[in-house]
Every structure is written in structure tokens, then in C-alpha cells.
Design a protein around this ligand. Structure first.
Ligand code: GLU
Length: 597
């Protein structure tokens, strides 16, 4: 199918047309203004995403009587249009669902999967025997895993939804057709990817209209994506896993549409139609820990989100953070995170391929053994060695030296939805890096993921088994941490974030800030962040106060922004507060169905 060009129209032009026509109503086909607010409190349902169009689509589904699952899929499909560099049918994710009727938490593992032809050394350059350059691996066919997002939507709706996928895709189709207003974040993300987008003809045509990143205030349309969504609506997700759309994906991965004049060698991928046909999005038991009397549910492997947040909480529960000074509480937060990351890197991978000692990682005995390494007066020096989650916990083994930190991208999106019946969804979806592999499937309007670069190309530490090496049909380890917290069996809050490995620390810091440090959820989401992942230094946002912590031996490295969370808190009397970022990534959007009772 030939790629079609989206049309650009300036918003100013549209407004002018409306004014000349003597009407203050918006022009019929004009994109709506995209004002947004980061916090909303009310009744009958709530949605928080990074994008006002997606949030609005979700709230409209709820208003019309849809449930949280219907709204989450509708909002996610819109994010595929308005946040195409972070989300979409070319990627994967993890869907966590609290079912109010049964009081149980379920999860869907929609992680991208390596093709059968992938081998442990697939990212090693045979010419040199060395790992490929990371950037080359990212923007290549080789990094593309089987997309899991379409099947996730389909499974979620069939199991727990009340609408069809066709209905859930409707708002997204409309927005892809009428277009959305380009904001500073979209322009900036395009500009940051400009060089590699230029390397692929299909990507250049779609995302660099007229050869440039779209202007702020212009309207971005994606009729190809509208047509693709329509095809899925009409014929089901089989068009991707067993049909023409799938064949287009495989062709693109095997023969990336490299633009003339590109001199770097773009590695073709190993994906075949049989890989798409065998893809599954399994239901997995969530991880579960208790924290100060609350039940915390998260995503199990192949995500390391639930196990790492859970282990860190188990460690922290041994201390009364609320009685500590700010410095001591944050010191313990950083140390717990450091220890949990050492263990995550050593023990967590795809459970269908490696034995993940999940129960032990989340046990109180293991937490006690790890906690005993924390000193109130001195920060541990990373990288520290992983612990042995072997069920034999006595004494206090020395910290030892561990592995370097693996590299991970930073571009998921997370959405949180609740409905009037008390169902809750925390859903993280991604195409890995901002812009994924950089390869648009020609004529289809969406980017393919580069999720397979979440594998470690070589073992992190020589002589130590690495659970996250590539393999045929294997899922790369993720950090996505959609989390639902219950109190007495009822939802208290749900939260999640993008940000690669910083997702884990972002979610952990928000939980600690909300549950221990006396902040409200909006305050916890807004608070300056720091992320310690068993690295020699801790990444910290500029506003994060490092003073007292530096005196304890913590070293910091500044990072402009960490994460872009969304969440919902459930208040008394059926009220709920939806929370998005006030400023990070240009701010997110929170809405409720009914502000008043
Ligand atoms: N690939 C990352 C993961 O699964 C998510 C992408 C991101 O947020 O950077 O953990």
C-alpha cells in the first residue's frame, strides 16, 4: 500500500474560518482546543493520561456507561494517534485490572516477543565479535519484536469489557482523521528523532511533512492509521497476527524502507509471519506484597516492575519512614531501590525461559537479609552484588561488587482509569524508545517498536548468568510498573509511569511519598524525583534537594525530568481524584465523569 501524506492545516486558519462564518462554535471538522488540567476530583469514573484527547475519549466512554476496561482501551488507542512515539499497535505493554465484582487483580502480559530466529548472539556483530552499536540496533529491523498491544486490547475487552474493539477504536479513528493540534512536546520529540526519521522513507513522509518536524499549533492528521484501525475494527486483530497487515509488518522488518543516500547499514530483522501467528498475550498472576497493612499489586515477570517495587517496599517496611527526617527517609528510599535493582538485574527475565525466584525475591526473609546492609550514616557504594534469594536467610552477607547498570530507553506512556462500579485499570504501553525503531510500516501510519533492545546484548557481568539475554520467542525484561494498591480489599490508589528503568523508582517514590511522607497523591506525583538503580550516582531532577544526602555519601547526577506519572486515588464517599503530571513532558490530563454528585 502506498504511503499517503497527512495534511497540515494551521489552527489559526481554522479559527479564522469560524470567525468569518460568524460562529463561535468550533468548525465541524476542526480539532478541539487541547486545554488540560493535571488534577480532577469527582464521581462516577476518572481517567488520567498524558494527553487531553485520550483522557477525554476515556471519560466519554465512561459517561456513556462503558466500564474501566472499555475506557482504557479507547484511551490507549487515542494515545496511538496523539502519542505515536510512545504508544501504539506497533508495540506492547502490561495491563493491570482490579475487578470490583470479585475483588481480584488480573494482568495481561502484552510484551513484545523475539522472533524464533533470534539467538543469544543476535546483537553481536559477527565481523568484530562485539555488540552492535546501541543506536544502530535501536533503528533497525533487528530490534522489532512481535507487537502485543492489539492482542492486549482484544483480550481485555473480551474478558472484562462491555464494548467491542470496533467501538473502542472509534474515537481514535475520528481523531486520526480530523487531526490533533501539535504541541511543543510533540514537536520536540519529532525534532529529537529527526535524523533517524529521515533515514526511512515511510517515517519521513509521515512525521516530517514538508521535510520538517510539524509546527506547534498545526494540525497533524494520520489517515493511514485511521484506515489501519478501521481494518482492525472491521476484521479483528487477526489482520495483524495472521493477515495482510502482519505481512506488511514482516516485509518492513525484513526490508526496512531505507531512504536513498543513507550510508549506515540498517540491520534487517528476523521476524516472520509465523512469529506473529504464534504470539500470545497471557494472563499472569500479579505480584503481591503487603505494605503497612495495604495490598500492593504489580506486574510480574517478564516485567521487573512488580518484583522490584515489591522488594523495595518489603525492605522499607522495616523502617518507620514517617518518623524519620526527610533526609533519612529519602536515604532509605534510595538504598532500598539500590538493593532491589541489584537483585532485579541478576534474577529477573522472561519466566518462560529462566527460573525467576519471584516468591523469594518478595519474601520477608530476603527483605530482612537485604535491609541489614543499609546503614543510617553512610550510603552503599554501587554497583553492589545481588543477594541470594534462596530461602536461607541468616546473618548479613557483605555487599560485594555487582554488575554495571544495563541501558534502557525511556518512552512508555501510562494511563489510569476507574469506573463507577469500582473497577480500576493501570495500563502501561510502549514502543520502547521515543519513536521506537524509527520505522513506520509504509501506508499503515504507525511506528514499529524497538523493544528487543531491552535485552542485554552480552551478559552484564562476566561469569554470572544473565536472565535477560536474547532468545527465540523470548520476551525482553521490562521495567513497566502499573500498580494498584488496595486497602481492606478496596482500591486506595493506582499509579504508573513511563521512563525505562526509572519507572520503578518513580512508582516507588510516589508510593513512599503518599503512604509514608504525608503527601497527597497530586503532591507525590509533582514532587522532585531521584532515581537510584545500583549505579555509582543517583539521577536527580534539579529541584530535588540533595544536601543532607550528599553528606551521607550519595552522589548525584542531574537529569532534567524523570518519569511522567498518572494515577487515581479513591477517597471516601465514592469520590476519586485523577492525577497527571503538572509540568513534566508538557503536563498530562486528568478528568472525572462528574465533578459534583
Ligand atoms: N522498554 C521499557 C520497558 O519495558 C519501557 C520504555 C520506556 O519507558 O522507556 O521497561
Amino acid at each position: 500500500m502506498a504511503a499517503r501524506r497527512e495534511t497540515l492545516v494551521t489552527l489559526a486558519g481554522l479559527v479564522l474560518v469560524g470567525t468569518l462564518a460568524g460562529s463561535t462554535a468550533p468548525v465541524a471538522a476542526a480539532p478541539r482546543q487541547t486545554s488540560k488540567q493535571p488534577v480532577a476530583t469527582g464521581y462516577l469514573g476518572a481517567v488520567a493520561t498524558v494527553d487531553p484527547e485520550a483522557t477525554r475519549a476515556g471519560v466519554e466512554v465512561l459517561r456513556r456507561g462503558g466500564n474501566a476496561v472499555d475506557a482504557a482501551v479507547a484511551a490507549a488507542a487515542v494515545l496511538g494517534v496523539t502519542e505515536p512515539y510512545s504508544a501504539g499497535i506497533g508495540g506492547g505493554g502490561f495491563f493491570v485490572y482490579y475487578d470490583a465484582r470479585t475483588g481480584r487483580v488480573h494482568t495481561i502480559d502484552g510484551r513484545e516477543t523475539a522472533p524464533q530466529r533470534m539467538r543469544e548472539d543476535s546483537f553481536i556483530d559477527p565481523a568484530t565479535g562485539q555488540p552492535m552499536k546501541f543506536e544502530d540496533a535501536v533503528s533497525s529491523g533487528l530490534s522489532v519484536g512481535v507487537p502485543g498491544t492489539p492482542l492486549t486490547w482484544d483480550r481485555a475487552l473480551r474478558r472484562w469489557g462491555t464494548t467491542s474493539l470496533a467501538q473502542a477504536l472509534r474515537p481514535a479513528i475520528r481523531i486520526a482523521e480530523r487531526g490533533f493540534v501539535v504541541d511543543e512536546t510533540f514537536r520536540q520529540q519529532t525534532a529529537e528523532n529527526e535524523k533517524r526519521f529521515r533515514e526511512f522513507t515511510s517515517t519521513r513522509e509521515l512525521f516530517l511533512p514538508g521535510g520538517e518536524p510539524p509546527r506547534v499549533g498545526s494540525v497533524f492528521r494520520n489517515p493511514d492509521l485511521a484506515a489501519t484501525y478501521r481494518e482492525i475494527a472491521r476484521h479483528g486483530v487477526g489482520v495483524l497476527y495472521r493477515g495482510e497487515l502482519g505481512r506488511d509488518i514482516v516485509r518492513t522488518v525484513q526490508h526496512p524502507p531505507v531512504a536513498p543516500g543513507v550510508t549506515r547499514k540498517v540491520a534487517p530483522g528476523l521476524l516472520e509471519t509465523s512469529d506473529l501467528a504464534r504470539y500470545t498475550a497471557p494472563l499472569r498472576e500479579p505480584t503481591h506484597v503487603t505494605y503497612r497493612g495495604l495490598d500492593v499489586y504489580g506486574m510480574a515477570p517478564p516485567s521487573s516492575g512488580g518484583s522490584t517495587v515489591g522488594e523495595a517496599l518489603n525492605i522499607l517496611e522495616r523502617y518507620d519512614l514517617s518518623a524519620m527526617s526527610r533526609t533519612q527517609a529519602l536515604h532509605h528510599y534510595l538504598e532500598a531501590s539500590r538493593l532491589a535493582f541489584a537483585d532485579r538485574n541478576r534474577w529477573v527475565g522472561d519466566p518462560d525461559f529462566v527460573k525467576v525466584p519471584l516468591q523469594e525475591l518478595l519474601s520477608q526473609g530476603f527483605a530482612a537479609e537485604r535491609a541489614c546492609l543499609i546503614r543510617p550514616d553512610r550510603a552503599l557504594q554501587s554497583p553492589i552484588a545481588p543477594g541470594e534469594p534462596d530461602g536461607r536467610y541468616a546473618g548479613c552477607p557483605a555487599a560485594g561488587t555487582g554488575a554495571r547498570e544495563p541501558y534502557e530507553g525511556r518512552s512508555t506512556t501510562h494511563l489510569t482509569v476507574a469506573d463507577r462500579w469500582g473497577n480500576v485499570v493501570a495500563y502501561a504501553l510502549t514502543i520502547e524508545q521515543t519513536g521506537g525503531s524509527g520505522i513506520v510500516v509504509p501506508g499503515r501510519g504507525f511506528l514499529l517498536n524497538n523493544e528487543l533492545t531491552d535485552f542485554n546484548f552480552v551478559p552484564l557481568q562476566a561469569g554470572v548468568p544473565d536472565p535477560n539475554l536474547p532468545g527465540p520467542g523470548k520476551r525482553p525484561r521490562s521495567s513497566m510498573s502499573p500498580t494498584i494498591v488496595l486497602r481492606d480489599g478496596r482500591p486506595l490508589l493506582a499509579v504508573g509511569s513511563p521512563g525505562g528503568a526509572t519507572i520503578i523508582t518513580t512508582v516507588l517514590q510516589i508510593l513512599v511519598s503518599r503512604l509514608d511522607l504525608g503527601m497527597s497523591l497530586p503532591e507525590a506525583v509533582a514532587a522532585p524525583r531521584a532515581s537510584q538503580r545500583n549505579g555509582a550516582s543517583t539521577e536527580a531532577e534539579p529541584a530535588f534537594e540533595t544536601g543532607g544526602l550528599t553528606a551521607l555519601g550519595h552522589r548525584f547526577q542531574q537529569r532534567e525530568e524523570i518519569g511522567a506519572a498518572t494515577g487515581i486515588e479513591f477517597l471516601t464517599g465514592h469520590r476519586m481524584t485523577a492525577v497527571a503530571e503538572p509540568t513534566r513532558r508538557g503536563g498530562g490530563s486528568a478528568m472525572v465523569v462528574a465533578p459534583k454528585r
